[in-house]
Structure formats: C-alpha cells, structure tokens
Write a protein that binds this ligand. Structure first.
Ligand code: 13P
Length: 363
C-alpha cells in the first residue's frame, strides 16, 4: 500500500537532521547559548561596564567562541545571533569557521523577538515567520546547521491562557517545519518565565499544559520529531516563592512533567538556565540524569550559567581572556559530566551562588 500523503521530508533530509541533532547532544555534551540579540547584549556588557556597541560585542564573542579544540569536548553546538555569524575573530577568520574547525556545530537564533499578544493580559507571542524560509536557506549556506526560536509564557493568576498556549505552540511548530525543510535542526523553546511567587507544583502543572499544546501542534504540522530538540526551563518554584526546593526535588518534578508529555522519538531536551546560579544549574541537571526513565538525552543550552563567571573574569581585558576561557571550559566540563549524572561535589566558580535573574527576561 502506498502512503496516503506526500512525505513531509525526503529520507536523506531526515537522516541529515537526525545526525545534526545527535551531534549537539552527544553524551557529555551540550550547547552554549550565545545568541543574545544586539538589544539584549547590554545585560552582559553592563555587568562589566562596557558600552553595548558592535566592536565590544565582537570582543565578547571572541572571548567566548575562540576557545580552541578543547571546546568541543563538552560543547556540541553554539547558538549565535545574526551579527555574530558574519563577524570575524581578531585573526580575521570568521567566528563560524573557528567553531567548525574546533568541532562545534554553529547554530542561529531565527526568531525576531517577543511581541505583545493583543487581547491578553500582558502575554506574548514571537514574531519572525515572514521570510523565515529565505533566511534559513541563507544561514544553511553560511554554515549554520541548527536554529533556535524562543517563545515565552507567563505564570500569573489567570495565565498562561489557552489563547497564549495555542498561539505560541502553533508559531513554534510553523517555525520548526520551515527550519527542517531548510536542513536546519530546530530548537523549539517554549520558555515558562520564572517570574512570580507560585510554588513548584503550580509550575509543573503549567509546564505539562504548555508541552501538551506544543506536542499537539508539532503533530498537526507533521514536524519530524527525531530531527529537533526541545528547550525548556527546569520545573522550579517561581523566583519569589519563599519555599525553595532541593536539586533532587527540582529534578523529579521536571522529569515527571517531561515523561508525561514528551515522546521518546525526540532525541534530546536541553535546559535554559533562567537566572539560576551556575552551580545550581549544574546540580539540578546532574540530579536529573541520575533518575531512571529518561528516553531522551537531558542536556544544557545555557547562556547565563555558562557565561557569567567568564564575563566577570574577562572584564573586557585582553590579559584576562585566557583565565576567562578556562573558567568557561571548566563549567562546560562540569555540565558535560552532569549530562551523564557523573558530576561530583560542588561546582566552585567565580560567580558561584550568584543568581542572574532578570524580570520578564527578553533575549
Ligand atoms: P539562559 O540560560 O540565560 O536562561 O538563556 C538561555 C537561552 O537561550 C534563552 O533563550
């Protein structure tokens, strides 16, 4: 019997997507998120009193991205912003080439940012579908092999609403399908923001609902599950909730929500750090990877929890670059071990214990 529908992707395209996805989350590896938009880069540069201009952003990325071959031991891929994809390191070689030569897969943020969702209580959707196919085709030619699209959902008294969950799930699925058609693995990010004083039980209930809508939309749009990664926040209490939870509790709440909603066909789930301190993010990831019944790789796609110490050590000075990179690689290694549940002891970093929470975080 022949199939009733035109196949969504040819077989060789499926194989390519599968291969890319697996490389990003190979055992012991995760993703460095360095795709802050030009507008949101001020948050990184403000920490060290640097002006947010093109050259300073380039210097900052030089510090993060040109770490040599060692980088690929624990970093499978790096998400870039448009500007960085076309910038060069001090040696005149494009950053994208540096990453490729060091065995790190370059990726690109393709959403055009969060915008208000009219008719809702301060909820949002994400724009960027117009011209997405053309942009994806060009990015593939220019060396990217995966993409990221971030949507945000807020926990307030009456939100997230069905309106916001349906809209964001649909836009994520449309994005994912366009990305896959252009041979780029989509990283689908329905981020539940940590703002609020709700408890961990509330976050879990909402995470399950949000994921249910996302999976439903992916199915409707025939998105190829083996060729994508999901990026989510860990299930934690709201940032202002007085009751804090242990790493073991966060791990079991998070894993339970994922087990209930995410099919094993998806190869990997990567976590954002969402303002957690570096050591906390690593401890939570490690605790999760010690639990049974994980049909997917559980890994990291941290921005703040990989960059904070390195940024503070670097402070914009050439002479601090080496020490900053070593610190970043040390944290990447700890997280690589955490993807295997093998990290031991406490992670001591320059910024240990320092949370980097930002209210209503834009990216
Ligand atoms: P944080 O790890 O700083 O939360 O950022 C990750 C990210 O890519 C958000 O989209």
């Amino acid at each position: 019997m022949t199939a009733r529908f035109v196949p969504y992707l040819p077989k060789d395209r499926e194989d390519e997507l599968r291969r890319i996805a697996r490389a990003l989350i190979a055992p012991g590896k995760g993703i460095l998120a360095a795709d802050e938009s030009n507008a949101s880069m001020h948050k990184r540069l403000d920490m060290i009193k640097m002006e947010n201009n093109e050259e300073n952003r380039r210097k900052f990325r030089e510090m993060l991205l040109c770490c040599g071959k060692e980088m690929s031991e624990h970093i499978g891929g790096c998400i870039l912003f448009h500007e960085t994809l076309y910038q060069k390191a001090n040696d005149g070689v494009p950053f994208v080439k540096h990453l490729q030569q060091n065995g790190v897969v370059p990726g690109i943020k393709v959403d055009m940012g969060v915008v208000p969702l009219a008719g809702s209580d301060a909820e949002t959707t994400t724009q960027g579908l117009d011209n997405l196919a053309e942009r994806c085709a060009q990015y593939k030619k220019d060396g990217a092999h995966f993409t990221k699209w971030r949507c945000t959902l807020k926990i307030q008294q009456f939100t997230p609403t069905y309106q916001a969950m349906i809209e964001n799930a649909n836009v994520l699925a449309r994005y994912a399908s366009i990305s896959q058609q252009n041979r780029l693995v989509p990283i689908i990010e329905p981020e539940i923001l940590p703002d609020g004083n709700h408890d961990i039980e509330t976050t879990k209930e909402i995470a399950e609902k949000v994921l249910q809508f996302v999976m439903h939309s992916l199915a409707i749009h025939n998105v190829f599950l083996e060729g994508l990664l999901l990026k989510v926040a860990m299930v934690t209490p709201g940032f202002k909730c007085p009751k804090r939870n242990t790493a073991d509790e966060i791990a079991s709440f998070t894993l339970s929500a994922l087990q209930r909603r995410i099919p094993p066909a998806i190869p990997g789930i990567v976590f954002l750090s969402g303002g957690m301190a570096e050591d906390e993010a690593t401890a939570n990831l490690n605790a999760m990877n010690k639990l049974p019944n994980r049909p997917w790789a559980l890994s990291f796609s941290f921005a703040r929890a990989l960059q904070t110490s390195a940024t503070l050590i670097w402070h914009g000075k050439e002479e601090n670059q080496k020490a900053a990179r070593e610190e970043m690689l040390k944290i990447a290694k700890a997280n690589g071990l955490a993807t295997l549940g093998k990290f031991q002891g406490n992670l001591k970093t320059f910024a240990s214990g320092k949370n980097t929470f930002v209210a209503d975080n834009a990216y």
